[in-house]
Design a protein around this ligand. Structure first.
Ligand SMILES: *[C@@H]1O[C@H](CO)[C@@H](O)[C@H](O)[C@H]1NC(C)=O
Ligand SMILES: *[C@@H]1O[C@H](CO)[C@@H](O)[C@H](O)[C@H]1NC(C)=O
Ligand SMILES: *[C@@H]1O[C@H](CO)[C@@H](O)[C@H](O)[C@H]1NC(C)=O
Ligand SMILES: *[C@@H]1O[C@H](CO)[C@@H](O)[C@H](O)[C@H]1NC(C)=O
Ligand SMILES: *[C@@H]1O[C@H](CO)[C@@H](O)[C@H](O)[C@H]1NC(C)=O
Ligand SMILES: *[C@@H]1O[C@H](CO)[C@@H](O)[C@H](O)[C@H]1NC(C)=O
Ligand SMILES: *[C@@H]1O[C@H](CO)[C@@H](O)[C@H](O)[C@H]1NC(C)=O
Ligand SMILES: *[C@@H]1O[C@H](CO)[C@@H](O)[C@H](O)[C@H]1NC(C)=O
Length: 702
């Protein structure tokens, strides 16, 4: 989620027409819908006959659990137990797959009944842990089947606040290190100050790991599939890979949890959009970028060096997720979350994204099935600012984050005026972008209509209910909006209406976010709008998101305009023509490293003639690879081949590292500081890609 610095200019979505709330969408309505769906699904559940090719279970007799001679699936009958005569292996109940009603066995040995009314089935075979047979719902392709971008609908949630904690999502993690005034050492307001505070009183590594281990668990992945969702967007920090000496972040530990996420997603048939949420130096200055403060990515004296370091991390992550063991699960990579374009500048971002695209496709190979879709955020300039960018590129998605809460102030004091429809505004924007850019989606959105909520209130300019905002005064109190335990049916129906119209309009979407944790002070959730699971449990998020299909067209007063005919061009999905960016396009999107920097009013201007003097890193360091998971069971140690971590053996150029003899300024506080002299700039850096990469391992598949 983005917060807007006071006074920041922001692209604002067109005001949306007021649509009166539909009344009477009662619990009974949802029961009827639910029962009807259930009836359809009971008839439609047909598990594919894939058991014949499944490797025999490690426990010789237990193979009958899933591969019984009749070939009938264990899961559909609701039984997770092995077939007659089978002896379950000690670590799990013998079943390697199951559908609705089957028994799930978790890492700690605990069990839960899998509930999936949508024909989805889980799959995990300890002797074949990279098998991609699982399917989230009958209408979502199994992981080993092709996801058809633009045809299949992404209905996803973010796992915000997990590997990149944010105060408003996990207040209990921050509250012990705050006293309300953000004065050191009790001033935890971002991960930088949180880790420092934790280390001042204890062990940040242990404390952060305790959070990773408990905030999101395998149960959440099971519930996400049960909720009719088929993708998760997972914000991750760059410090999964490494930290520099002056950075307090806890390195590496989050990677172990991202590996768990991959295995859990695989088990339930969920696809992952891996979202690099923090960038060295900060790409937006907000607290969820790691450090509240100035922007030092593509901007300021360390702007190029920080971007080079970012390329190194994109490289390591791309090398990992492009491996055959992971590419079916991690099918999208959002490479820079919410870069603040008003400061960084669009030409600068365009040059960087072009470089990242070329680097990533050199690693993965070109064409559908080779490495993840690359997602770029619109920089808050609206999607139209990117129309025509990199025609002929290979699988770039455009990501927008439409939020009501931070747009212009509205009168939202009463629940009855709570309903607004995104259909006319967002529906058209997404459709036009599908046509003019290519695959387009909303990587974040929420039913929050205002900024009420603990540590949300007051962060932006717009829709403020409590307190004042420029040019206006408070319209009321946040009490009603925070007291979700006492929301009445009208209020919830209003939110449900907003949820359904947003889902329909955005078409391919990821809600922000799956879960909001309790405050440790009040013992309750204080930002209820932002929690998908809370809405699911309490009646303002649909139990079946397909209920949104056609919602806009059925709503009175919605302006429909259908420029998108539902079919993306072949190059836009990695088919014929992908990877053929015309020379004039390449020329118009700048050269890398940058030759000019944005002239932003908040910074001393860095003239083009000085850009070559800005400090850089050099590609002489030891490559950092990430290792895959290891699998063990109490009875047997299984070591499946988890891959080397490096998909393309021909990618051997050195890793970015500081140039010997360069006196770099602090990479987080480098706006307006003097440019260091000596061996620092482009002329000192070892020439990039001295040894040109060999041809991609896999040839383009056109
Ligand atoms: C998916 O995996 C299952 C089980 O291994 C197999 O039977 C099926 O053929 C696979 N589908 C594809 C499209 O590869
Ligand atoms: C927070 O701590 C600072 C520094 O110790 C102190 O000056 C301030 O009064 C404290 N604020 C509250 C609300 O306790
Ligand atoms: C997060 O950052 C915003 C400013 O962007 C600030 O208003 C908010 O209080 C911060 N949250 C915390 C817990 O510090
Ligand atoms: C902090 O905790 C980690 C993980 O529990 C442990 O490996 C490390 O030794 C601890 N550090 C100190 C200084 O106790
Ligand atoms: C991609 O590979 C081509 C061919 O080897 C090379 O010329 C180009 O510099 C590479 N681009 C990047 C960004 O690595
Ligand atoms: C949050 O608090 C509520 C009570 O307000 C409690 O029922 C719930 O279990 C708590 N959740 C967690 C994750 O501790
Ligand atoms: C967007 O395009 C889809 C597919 O062509 C169409 O069904 C839908 O009505 C369009 N939405 C709007 C708001 O124009
Ligand atoms: C930078 O932008 C400002 C505002 O547009 C302008 O006045 C100034 O001349 C520009 N500086 C340079 C060196 O281009």
């Amino acid at each position: 989620m983005h917060y807007l610095p006071d006074g920041a200019r922001r692209y604002e979505h067109k005001p949306l027409p007021y649509i009166p709330p539909r009344r009477g969408r009662s619990r009974l309505f949802w029961w009827i819908i639910g029962l009807a769906l259930l009836a359809i699904i009971v008839l439609a559940v047909v598990l594919p006959v894939y058991f014949t090719v499944v490797k025999p279970h490690q426990s010789s007799s237990a193979s009958s659990g899933a591969g019984s001679s009749s070939g009938s699936p264990t899961g559909s009958g609701g039984s997770g137990s092995p077939g007659t005569g089978a002896q379950p292996a000690p670590a799990f109940n013998g079943a390697i797959t199951g559908g609705d009603g089957s028994t799930l066995t978790f890492e700690d040995g605990s069990t839960m009944t899998y509930s999936n009314a949508f024909g989805g089935y889980w799959y995990f075979d300890p002797s074949d842990p990279f098998n991609d047979a699982a399917r989230a719902q009958s209408w979502s392709p199994a992981l080993n089947e092709t996801w058809r971008f633009g045809v299949d609908t992404i209905r996803g949630v973010n796992l915000g606040g997990w590997l990149v904690p944010e105060p408003f999502i996990v207040p209990a993690l921050f509250e012990p290190y705050q006293n309300g005034s953000f004065a050191p050492p009790y001033n935890a307001q971002d991960e930088w100050t949180l880790t420092n505070s934790m280390n001042a009183v204890g062990n940040a590594t242990a404390l952060m790991e305790a959070h990773y281990a408990t905030f999101i668990t395998e149960q959440d992945f099971a519930r996400i599939a049960s909720a009719g969702l088929n993708w998760v967007r997972i914000p991750v920090p760059f410090w999964m890979i490494e930290v520099y000496a002056n950075e307090p972040f806890v390195p590496h530990v989050s990677w172990q949890y991202f590996l768990k996420a991959i295995q859990w997603a695989r088990k339930y048939g969920l696809r992952i959009n891996m979202d690099l949420h923090t960038i060295p130096g900060s790409q937006n200055g907000w607290n969820h970028s790691g450090k509240l403060g100035p922007i030092n990515f593509l901007f300021g004296v360390m702007g190029i060096a920080n971007a080079q370091r970012t390329l190194a991390y994109l490289r390591t992550l791309t090398e990992f997720v492009s491996q055959p063991e992971y590419k079916n699960v991690v099918q999208m990579f959002s490479i820079v979350n919410e870069a603040w374009m008003p400061v960084i500048g669009q030409p600068e971002l365009q040059a960087f994204y072009l470089e990242a695209h070329d680097m990533m496709r050199n690693i993965s190979g070109y064409g559908e099935g080779n490495g993840p879709f690359i997602s770029i955020h619109d920089g808050f300039a609206g999607m139209q600012a990117w129309y025509g960018y990199l025609t002929g590129s290979d699988r770039i998605a455009l990501d927008t984050h439409p939020y009501f809460a931070f747009n212009s102030p509205a009168s939202v004091a009463q629940p009855s005026s709570f309903v607004a429809s995104p259909c006319s505004g967002w529906g058209q924007e997404l459709n036009a972008s599908m046509q003019q850019f290519g695959f387009s989606m909303a990587g974040e959105w929420a039913v929050a209509t205002n900024d009420c909520g603990l540590w949300v209130n007051g962060v932006g300019l717009g829709n403020r209910v409590e307190g004042t905002y420029p040019g206006s005064t408070a319209v009321g109190s946040c009490d009603t909006f925070d007291a979700w335990e006492s929301w009445d049916a009208d209020f919830k129906n209003g939110l449900m209406d907003l949820a359904l119209s947003s889902m329909d309009a955005l078409q391919n979407w990821f809600y922000w976010t799956w879960k909001i944790g309790n405050s440790s002070i009040s013992g309750r959730i204080e930002s209820p709008f932002w929690s998908y699971s809370l809405g699911l449990d309490n009646g303002w998020i649909p139990p079946d998101p397909r209920a949104a299909v056609g919602y806009c067209a059925a709503s009175a007063g919605v302006v429909m305009n259908n420029p998108f005919n539902g079919v993306l061009s072949s190059w836009q999905t990695g088919g014929a023509g992908a990877g053929t960016i015309a020379a004039d396009q390449i020329a118009s999107y700048g050269v890398w490293p940058l030759t000019s920097m944005n002239n932003c009013s908040t910074s001393p201007y860095i003239a083009p003639s000085d850009v070559i003097r800005l400090p850089q890193y050099t590609e002489t360091g030891a490559i950092i690879t990430l290792s895959g998971p290891t699998f063990t069971t109490p009875s047997t140690t299984q070591t499946a081949d988890a891959g080397s971590g490096w998909d393309n053996a021909a990618d051997t150029v050195g890793y970015y590292e500081p140039i010997q003899g360069c006196d770099y300024p602090n990479q987080w506080v480098a706006v307006g500081v003097p440019i260091p002299t000596g061996a620092c700039g482009q002329l000192s850096a070892k020439k990039r890609r001295e040894a040109p990469l060999a041809a991609p391992t896999e040839p383009p598949r056109f």
